[in-house]
Write a protein that binds this ligand. Structure first.
Ligand code: ATP
Length: 633
């Protein structure tokens, strides 16, 4: 998380605007720090013989009505100007945060009251509020700081309220509430860390605004008072003699503009950088090069292949170099064929599915020797071709359909959007197709249901709606990533039957991902067993119980209880834990947990080898386990 955040900020600084804004801001802050130490004496030295002089070699911007050097006064004023602007921003941000989080910290009723007050305050222009507060708090530095701070607060509170409302509706906050986490802790631990980024961006921009507002108040004479001076006061003084020598007004004016720009541009650059990465999904182009992988089996594409994947690797940058959770996956699917990927949590199943659907986001890297969908090479295809191909011919079904649907839009509109985007249908046609597709997945009363929101659907119905979204086009492949994990057993069966019937009637290939070997064994033609980023066994589902040879597959099967399981004995478990993808072991990744492992297993990673009957296994000791393969593992 921290490294991801660091890389985002580093990414922002690498853009030309971001780098320029950061350099400018650093220069302003450095000047604020050093100028009073270096040039205070020169800035305050009175020369009665040099009163209101124009620019000269000795005084670049001329002198004021006491003969003081305007250029050095502007430099020295940087500290007070920036200091006061930052102080006002801190007051505004803290007040905004307190008001914005009131609904969480004070409870719903008091929160509603605060929201109403904030809504009214937001309606007033900031500078008007600042003037209003300046009159209340009295003229002078303190009054101006409080005035500007409180003028910033309503806008900031409004933003915080919106962000808090979005975040507190999320599952992890609900879970923390159920777990009895107190309000303050909920706010500090669960909500604020998730809304911090936009708040920081806004605070930076607010600091730029505060700087300008301060200059305005001081210029009007209700800000900084003599003998102190900030840019606003210098501007006010300089303006009276602007026609005689313009330097007196120009220098503080330029300083206000440059410093204001530095804050605003920096804030904008961060907002843009962060926004790009959160709002727009940055898909990663798969590339042919990549980290070396253990040799795997050549892909038997078969007739009419829908999907051919060879040597698929997915890597992420890690603190000690790239981490490769998917280390060379090969698979091929024909029309109407169903293959299931099974494995423990963290094996790389979801990443494989996401990589196939081109949904891996930066900084992830997808590499493959071959990645073809419906004969189109996804490695070389243009973004437009891929979008069209995947948008119309690939259906993706995720584990939690609640998060896959936009909660604020009606189901019908969300389904229709697919047809409008990819099939050029008009609104009415697309909605009619949505009704038809919902009917196809056996959602009752689809005409009424299209007008409902996702929360009005039951879990099973949402999952069907998700599948129907995939069926808005004419998919050749459905990739279903744990589609039934969130559902109860009865609904699970219905969803699996639905996928099966779609496959049978429309000849659609299915890639089903599950951690449940029984589900995969029942719903698929082939079972691909994945361990630590590799396929370690690939065999027909019909042979699973009788011909599985990899100790891991056999251990997975043994861990499934059935009617014959001796209830007096503890359930079988696989000892140990899967390896950390950041530190893959030298040889076979399963060796540390395997009863058959010996030296050969730790020396080299075995390749997937064929037994000549369509079963592939990557194990140095597959023959040892074969002896027991006739029996139930
Ligand atoms: N964005 C990411 N950045 C870094 N590592 C990641 C990222 N996404 C996944 N991983 C790592 O890749 C590995 C495989 O993740 P993946 O989600 O594919 O597992 P999985 O087999 O689908 O497990 P599960 O059944 O729990 O979903 C995990 O160790 C995970 O921590």
């Amino acid at each position: 998380m921290a490294s991801r955040l660091r890389s985002r900020w580093a990414g922002v600084l690498r853009t030309p605007v971001g780098a320029a804004a950061a350099a400018l801001l650093a220069a302003v802050l450095l000047l604020a720090l050093l100028a009073p130490l270096l040039w205070s004496a020169r800035a305050n030295a009175v020369h009665t013989d040099l009163i209101t002089r124009g620019s000269s070699a000795a005084h670049w911007m001329g002198t004021d009505n006491l003969g003081r050097d305007i250029f050095f006064r502007v430099l020295v004023a940087t500290r007070l100007s920036v200091e006061l602007a930052l102080l006002a921003t801190v007051i505004g941000v803290v007040a905004g945060l307190l008001l914005g989080t009131a609904s969480l910290s004070l409870g719903a009723r008091a929160g509603r009251l605060v929201t109403a007050v904030v809504n009214i305050a937001v309606a007033f222009p900031g500078l008007l509020l600042a003037l209003f507060f300046a009159v209340i708090f009295g003229t002078g530095t303190k009054g101006a700081v409080l005035a500007i701070g409180l003028a910033i607060a309503p806008g900031f509170a409004r933003l915080t309220q919106t962000l808090v409302a979005t975040t507190s509706g999320r599952d992890f906050v609900a879970a923390a509430r159920v777990a009895g986490v107190g309000r303050f802790r909920l706010l500090v631990r669960h909500v604020l860390p998730n809304i911090g980024e936009p708040l920081v961006v806004n605070a930076t921009i607010a600091a730029g605004g505060a700087l300008l507002a301060f200059a305005g108040l001081s210029f009007l004479g209700i800000g900084v008072r003599a003998p102190d001076y900030d840019w606003g006061r210098l501007l006010g003084e300089g303006l009276s003699g602007i026609y005689v020598h313009p330097g007196g007004a120009l220098a503080p004016g330029v300083a206000v503009v440059v410093a204001g720009l530095a804050f605003n541009l920096f804030g904008e650059a961060i907002a843009k950088g962060i926004g790009q990465r959160t709002a727009v999904e940055r898909r990663v182009r798969p590339t042919a090069a990549g980290p070396a992988v253990a040799p795997t089996r050549p892909v038997a594409a078969g007739e009419d292949p829908v999907l051919v994947v060879e040597g698929l690797r997915v890597a992420f940058p890690g603190p000690y170099g790239p981490v490769t959770p998917v280390r060379g996956v090969d698979l091929a699917l024909r029309r109407g064929e169903a293959a299931g990927i099974v494995g423990e949590s963290g094996a790389g199943k979801s990443l494989t599915a996401l990589a196939i659907a081109q949904l891996i986001e930066e900084p992830g890297q997808v590499h493959a020797d071959r990645l073809e969908f419906l004969g189109e090479d996804l490695l070389g295809a243009s973004a437009r071709t891929k979008r069209h191909l995947l948008g119309t011919s690939l259906a993706m079904v995720f584990q939690d359909p609640m998060t896959s649907f936009n909660p604020a839009r009606r189901i019908g509109r969300q389904l229709a959007e697919v047809a409008e985007q990819h099939q050029g249908m008009n609104r009415a046609q697309a909605l009619a197709r949505a009704v038809d597709r919902l009917r196809a997945v056996r959602v009752p009363a689809p005409e009424r249901r299209v007008r409902q929101f996702p929360h009005e659907f039951s879990g099973g119905m949402r999952q069907r709606a998700m599948i129907s979204m995939g069926l808005m086009g004419t998919p050749a492949l459905i990739v279903a990533d744990e589609p039934t994990t969130a559902l109860d057993v009865t609904v699970q069966r219905q969803v699996l039957r639905l996928l099966e019937s779609i496959r049978a009637t429309d000849d659609v290939a299915l890639l089903l991902i599950s951690h449940d070997i029984t589900v995969v064994g029942q719903a698929c033609d082939r079972v691909l067993v994945m361990y630590a980023g590799r396929i370690v066994e690939d065999l027909p589902a019909a042979d699973l119980r009788t011909h599985a040879r990899h100790p891991y597959t056999r251990a997975l099967l043994a861990a499934v209880p059935d009617m014959d399981t001796d209830r007096d004995r503890p359930l079988a478990v696989i000892p140990g834990r899967p390896p950390d993808p950041a530190r893959p072991p030298g040889g076979c990744a399963f060796a540390p947990r395997c009863a058959f492992s010996d030296e050969s297993c730790t020396e080299a990673d075995p390749a997937l080898v064929d037994d000549g009957e369509g079963r592939w296994v990557a194990c140095w000791h597959a023959d040892l386990t074969t002896a027991a393969a006739g029996e139930r593992p």
